[in-house]
Design a protein around this ligand. Sequence first.
Ligand SMILES: [Fe+2]
Ligand SMILES: [Fe+2]
Length: 171
Amino acid sequence: MASPLADRFTQTFRTEHREIRDTLLDLVDAFLAGDQKRARTLVSRTAQLAGPHFRYEEESLYPFLVAIFGQDYIEKLLHDHDGAIDAAKRLVVLSAKERLDDAERQEAVRLVRSILPHVSDCDGLSIMVERLPDGQIESIFTTRERALAAGLDLLRWAAGVRSRTSYQPGA
Ligand SMILES: [Fe+2]
Ligand SMILES: [Fe+2]
């Protein structure tokens, strides 16, 4: 049985991934429909949702999960984040255009879809969070609150605060 705190984490985590999933799927639709104004709004919403989310994952959740998965898989998760950040940067540029040609539209859709597997993979981590001590789950929630209060969007966090090297072995 999972603790009530772990259950609360699972619910919270699922809700956040749902919001990000729906925003990304709406973004695919907006690009396919040629609705660049809506695409800009959705790119910005993705960045607002993913900023604090990635931040507390990297500052608290992922480091705790090293004890369960080992470093290699955590490195893979961080690498997924690197890819999502790069995709978001390019999506800002593409969505800023008045209109996209076919190649650009295909690129935009491919970039959005490239982020989707991490959303579902990441949600599955909550099955492992059930095995963390409640004290660590508390600490993840605290880090989450701080990240939400700081409210940096994905690109501002990545450019100014993110420390990609702090979870290397021995760091
Ligand atoms: Fe996540
Ligand atoms: Fe993640």
